[in-house]
Design a protein around this ligand. Structure first.
Ligand code: DC
Length: 235
């Protein structure tokens, strides 16, 4: 473990990982890293270059020569996005947020070689800073030595409802039933895939956000981190 404080958060689709991580990062002055965004960037690159989502060699070649950067939004970037994602010097923060790209991400994330490259890129970012990083394999693969490991979850219906509202607010017209069935399918793919599936590790703090407000979840986590940081300082 290095000297930086690392918070690792895993959980299913629309459990609130992004929104909650973003606010925690701001409160604690940590960098927020959305690893799902990297799988989404892989899809965007594939679409742009006419590469099939299951073409391992072509995807790996694309990712190897690509640079993916993330920063907490500043200035004009504060347009409702949770993080700014720059792929090969282009701001793709919004382009990667469609349901189509999300579905593609469930496919490319099944490919071991793609995961290996992206995990390396994720670990590299955490070396020199305090981070709150969220995804599906962060607590046991990307940051197995994280100071704090959290599994954020919630009832299917409530998560689908949140995602549906989020999409509506962005002007994306999609039915609740479609969002619900997409969510259940994507969770199933994440949990059942053979390589680095979504799972709850023994030392994770499991938080069910179904009946909690964002503020309540954020307060719980920030409180815990503050205590952990004080203890670290004392020792
Ligand atoms: O969190 P999200 O919806 O942006 O993630 C997009 C897809 O990427 C999702 O189906 C799961 C996958 N993913 C993954 O396999 N590992 C991660 N660390 C993050 C996301």
């Amino acid at each position: 473990m290095n000297n930086h404080f690392h918070i690792a958060i895993d959980g299913p689709v629309a459990a609130g990982k992004g929104t909650i991580s973003r606010i925690i990062a701001e409160r604690l002055n940590f960098l927020y890293i959305d690893t799902g965004a990297m799988y989404r960037v892989a899809v965007l690159l594939a679409m742009k270059n006419d590469v099939q989502f299951d073409d391992e060699n072509a995807l790996v070649a694309l990712l190897e020569k690509s640079e993916i950067k993330m920063n907490n939004p500043v200035g004009l970037e504060r347009d409702g996005r949770l993080t700014t994602v720059i792929a090969n010097n282009k701001d793709v923060s919004w382009k990667i947020r469609t349901e189509e790209v999300g579905r593609g991400a469930s496919i490319v994330s099944q490919i071991t070689a793609v995961r290996t490259i992206l995990v390396k890129k994720q670990q590299a970012i955490t070396q020199f800073q305090d981070v709150v990083m969220e995804g599906r394999d962060i607590t046991y693969k990307v940051l197995p030595n994280a100071n704090l490991k959290i599994y954020l979850t919630g009832k299917d219906f409530i998560r689908a409802n949140r995602r549906h509202l989020q999409l509506q607010n962005r002007g994306i017209d999609v039915s609740f039933n479609q969002v619900y069935s997409d969510l259940v399918l994507r969770d199933k793919m994440d949990i059942e895939r053979t390589n680095d599936p979504l799972k709850i590790v023994d030392d994770a703090w499991v938080i069910d956000t179904s009946d909690l407000s964002i503020e309540q979840v954020v307060n719980l986590i920030v409180f815990k981190v503050n205590i952990m940081q004080e203890t670290l300082l004392e020792n």
